[in-house]
Ligand binder design. Structure first.
Ligand code: ATP
Ligand code: MG
Length: 425
């Protein structure tokens, strides 16, 4: 075991004012009630790096009922490992009781390939440090003294900007393969490297990611691609051969992409996503999946058309195939995959530039996403530049100018009669 290192306030950069007041009030209440309580995890790491933390996690030796007795707005969640959520209206802060690393001799907690199934043994602060993933995520900040407790030499790794798994790396990845994705996420977000020992086993155990519940992989995928560092994350995921476990069809598309059009689509989309997130705009997971799976969806639709199916039906059939395969790796909730499907099925409608149809189309609540997707395709080299320009201009005009613009479209379906059929001559 490592010696405890207590780093006094004078030797680190943590600015107390950056710690959220709610977290401070919990830390104070628990310590006043005689418990140990620390700020821990990503918040301490980010504060040391001068970044504003996303969330503030607290660890304590108080058990969930004891936390609730001190902080009555606590709700206890979870069955196997119970966590306390201390509520402040609709917001809450997670307070976890110290846990011990699992006992490897206990066969009941480990699957045959080394994964932790149950993780429910309370421990002390040092044990709680050792069961965490990376040393830089295992630092404990004590509000009262301003000291940092470091059992794993995490401060050295903070200074050297590197990720080092606590314990034996391959075993720690086998226990929880998601740690590989967390490594990629922190490298992207923090601009850190991995130590050699932490890096080497990844290629060996990458395939274990396929054993992880697809719902958990959905959450991790969004953290990877919706945190403002998606372009870097994609590069690293591919470099460490993890990407194909998440997006097998997309990996196949990259292999088949001889023109580079599909790669350009993905990179442009991820650059846009990063830009949007950094300027606090919203992003929809449906768009990410529409991009990642576009090439296979297009390929499938072409096959169904060649079999004699109508255009729209072909797109629907291909969408079902492609999304059906994707959810085996990442469980995309239906509320998102339905939107992905809509973005794809709407692509065919941009070729019709008749006024009534165009105005109706623009009222569709998915129009914006479908239009953005179409222009992204254009900018990646698909022959849609003209469509993108037409629709961009059309949206910016008054209704009168929109009428004029439609009339100037040669061969416009406007020339059809009311029933929508062409007149016989
Ligand atoms: P973020 O800035 O994304 O919130 P974080 O490090 O706080 O990063 P969380 O998912 O909030 O990440 O987890 C909080 C802490 O819990 C981590 O810092 C780490 O100490 C521990 N932890 C989380 N996931 C794991 C895991 N899979 N294995 C071991 N420890 C973990
Ligand atoms: Mg966190």
């Amino acid at each position: 075991m490592n010696d405890i290192v207590r780093i006094p306030f004078s030797e680190h950069q943590i600015n107390k004012r950056k710690i959220c007041k709610k977290a401070c009030s919990i830390l104070k209440a628990l310590t006043q009630a005689g418990y140990e309580a620390y700020l821990v995890g990503g918040a301490v790491r980010d504060l040391l790096l001068g970044k504003q933390p996303k969330d503030f996690d607290i660890a304590t030796n108080a058990h969930p009922e004891q936390i609730k007795a001190v902080l009555p707005t606590t709700r206890i969640i979870g069955r196997r490992f119970r966590l306390a959520h201390v509520h402040f209206g609709r917001e809450f802060i997670e307070v976890a009781t110290f846990r011990a690393p699992h006992d490897t001799s206990d066969q009941g907690q480990i699957s045959h390939d080394g994964r932790i199934i149950h993780d429910n043994v309370y421990g002390n602060v040092e044990e709680d440090a050792l069961r965490r993933d990376f040393t830089v995520n295992a630092l404990f900040y004590e509000l009262k003294t301003g000291d940092i407790l470091d059992f794993v030499d995490g401060m050295t790794d903070i200074h050297q900007r590197q990720l080092r798994l606590i314990g034996e790396p391959e075993m720690r990845y086998r226990e929880d393969p998601v740690r590989m994705l967390r490594a990629i996420r922190f490298m992207s977000k923090l601009d850190f490297t991995m130590t050699t020992e932490t890096e080497v086993p990844i290629k060996e155990v990458a395939g274990l990611l396929t054993k992880i519940a697809p719902a958990r992989l959905f959450d991790e995928t969004l953290k990877l691609f919706h945190s403002g560092y998606a372009v870097i994350a994609l590069g690293l995921l591919r470099e460490y051969q993890l990407f194909s476990c998440l997006f097998p069809l997309t990996e196949q598309s990259f292999d088949e992409d001889q023109t580079g059009v599909f790669s350009a689509l993905v990179y442009h989309a991820l650059e846009n996503t990063d830009r949007r997130i950094r300027s606090d705009n919203t992003v929809n997971p449906a768009f990410l999946f529409a991009v990642m799976l576009w090439h296979q969806a297009q390929k499938g639709a072409k096959m169904y058309r060649e079999m004699g199916n109508p255009d729209l039906q072909s797109v629907h059939l291909a969408a079902s195939d492609v999304l059906g395969t994707q959810v085996k790796s990442i469980a995309v909730p239906r509320r998102f995959s339905n939107v992905t499907r809509e973005i794809w099925t709407m692509q065919g409608r941009f070729q019709f530039k008749a006024c009534r149809r165009s105005l109706n189309f623009m009222k569709n609540r998915r129009f914006r996403a479908a239009y953005d997707f179409m222009c992204l395709r254009a900018s990646s080299g698909e022959p849609l530049e003209e469509e993108c320009q037409w629709w961009t201009l059309f949206q910016s005009l008054s209704e009168k100018d929109q009428q004029l613009m439609c009339q100037s479209v040669v061969g416009s379906p406007n020339k059809r009669n009311r029933s929508g059929r062409r007149r016989r001559h």
